[in-house]
Write a protein that binds this ligand. Sequence first.
Ligand SMILES: *Cc1c(COP(=O)(O)O)cnc(C)c1O
Length: 412
Amino acid sequence: MKSFVTHLESAIDGTQLPADSLQTMHKDRPLWVRYDLDAVRAAMSKESLLQRLPDLWRYRELLPVGPDDEIVTLGEGMSPLLPCPALGKQFGLSDVWMKDESQLPTGSFKSRGQTLAITMAKKFGVKRVAIPTAGNAGGAMAAYAARAGLEAFVFMPEDTPAINQYESVASGAKTFLVNGLITDCGRIVREGKDAMGWFDISTLKEPYRIEGKKTMGLELAEQFDWQLPDVILYPTGGGTGLIGMWKAFAELAAIGWLNAEKMPRMVAVQSTGCCPIVRAFDAGERFAEPHIGADTIASGIRVPAAVGDFMILDAVRESDGRAIAVPEENIIEWMNLAARLEGIAVCPEAAACVGAMEMLTKDGWIQPNDRVVVFNTGAMQKYPEAMATDLQKLDKDKPIDWDQLQTLNTAE
Ligand SMILES: *Cc1c(COP(=O)(O)O)cnc(C)c1O
């Protein structure tokens, strides 16, 4: 039995490519996976979903695997969608939610992309994979490659969060710290292709990571009973998540499960420390100039150049959305605020989205009753470098001043 995929399609010029063999890019730009959506509509019902396991493979008619394909999985998907009344109140909003991806395997939403990318690479006979990473993608790829029995090479900037370094090595990937940015790591993977014979799993340089990230949008729609929110705030680096969700909404509208007139406004959130997409958005451009000197504590969005820049910008504009950069120096403050008010372990990238929510509410673009969803794309615990460490010491051998005790230890 086959999947519902009909072909791959170049995002830059619409050229069609076959989907039954390993593909990378066309004219150095990404490919879309296209489905026979009429057949999907006939094969899948909202009711049939209820019988299925709460993981991302419940949407398999809208994924590139056939019923007989072997899946490389760590049990990813169906992350909680949590109401955040206290955080909303803080900014004068009544309907704020967080889609908490921190609980996925390897502690970030990168597992969604990697379960698909590695499943498909294995299906097509790949034995060796390589990836440039800002951190979480490398850790996730290493884990899924280990699970699939593939040999993995991971290249990351030398100042990548330590946990990402450890998790990659621990999963058996040959891991290298590069004295540069993710774009420099990407060049190494590109240049090593012939000598090393590896398959390049870089963001958007193979077609299937988007399909995995797309499931964030499918889940969100199902969790809100097929009524999408007004605004989605998404921390944007390479952009697969935002592009994937927008594709998910279009596909759901095409099979008649969503009202195409009621799409959310998509907000691409970046830091002032690295904001190529925001600059292109503000300048009215479809392609972004590389951000020189990129530097942010939110390592997942430290992506100075994105090969899918035009796909991000198209999605943001089609949705009547925005691209916005938040001040780098406030990110940790927002991280602590969200964690303190809601108990959610918010990563710095999602903290930037909390900041964007505050800024866009202040300027009236987000209205008090808008339903707003923030994506917490990873776990705070993966960023010890960004977390508070100047805790108060307590001497067990001295009398304790109880009054003083009450006033200490709140990270504000
Ligand atoms: C990779 C990453 C991002 C950016 O994701 P894209 O979909 O590639 O834009 C955001 N947050 C975290 C925690 C990440 O690891």
